[in-house]
Ligand binder design. Sequence first.
Ligand SMILES: Cc1cc2nc3c(=O)[nH]c(=O)nc-3n(C[C@H](O)[C@H](O)[C@H](O)COP(=O)(O)O)c2cc1C
Length: 316
Amino acid sequence: MRLILAPMQGLVDAPMRDLLTRIGGFDECVTEFVRITHTVHSRSTWRRYMPEIEHGCRTPAGTPCTLQLLGSDAENMAVNALEAVRFGADKIDLNFGCPAPTVNKHQGGAVLLREPERICRIVQTLRQALPPEIPLTAKMRLGYEDKTLAVACAQAIEAGGAALLTVHARTKVEGYEPPAHWHWVARIREAVSLPVVANGDVFSLEDYLTIRRESGCDDVMLGRGAVMVPDLARQIARHNRGLPPKAADFAEERVWIRQFFDLCRSKEENGKYAVARLKQWLGMMKKVRPQAGEWFERIRTVREADDVARLLAEEV
Ligand SMILES: Cc1cc2nc3c(=O)[nH]c(=O)nc-3n(C[C@H](O)[C@H](O)[C@H](O)COP(=O)(O)O)c2cc1C
């Protein structure tokens, strides 16, 4: 019954992984995708995407972190994966689900779900290149336009030698529109023998229990729900241990909001990144937390990090 924090480009970066894994409940997390084109990334690029590489591939709370790669040039992906391993990455995940038009135009992400053989070749090339002790996993959507190749893609990933598969239960065309088709994860799970992780639209403990029931999967990946309800994984983990879920109150969340802002500020000097990230996060949290909405309104038009810090320090 493992809980995994989803890779989310521009949203779950190192400070967010740090914060959410500190809050607790997660067994693992994954970096934002690192796009592989025709170059080989330098050590500083790997460190930028995955500072955890310098700390045994763990977040400061000790949660293991996997490096995710996205691309379609199998050979160059393998060269990059080996470089990342040389600098310390100890687990690699492959992205076959990104819906971004620029990525798809360059044959990366979800567009590959039209070509299971190509997916198989990518997984196989990386599996053969990587040392056997480095686990290789993959993450897919149910398809590009439709779900006709969903099972074939999962089987291709298995045939290529992946150790685990996460399924985001939607096609590319379905974007992020509810509902996620959890029963399709069950179909895939029944058609392969590698472990399958269910993903998509888990925003509450009830959703978690339902996705597990409908998909038949023990392991679940949480994405947007974990950002909107920062203690969602902790609540679920408590429930799984037979304890009352005990949701956080806003006093506790306020501490996390300040902590997150500080973590972001320590990453960059001028503070612009920290201000933007905080607004983004509060903008998501306010959908479920009216108090987060009040904080969002207070800082919405503020541009300077020092001014935001002053407002955050005030008691509301
Ligand atoms: C802003 C954003 C960025 C994402 N970036 C990635 C990514 O880098 N790699 C990936 O495999 N999936 C990415 N995803 C997909 C999520 O990992 C996840 O599969 C999806 O959001 C469904 O799960 P959820 O309903 O729990 O959010 C992204 C999703 C969002 C909303």
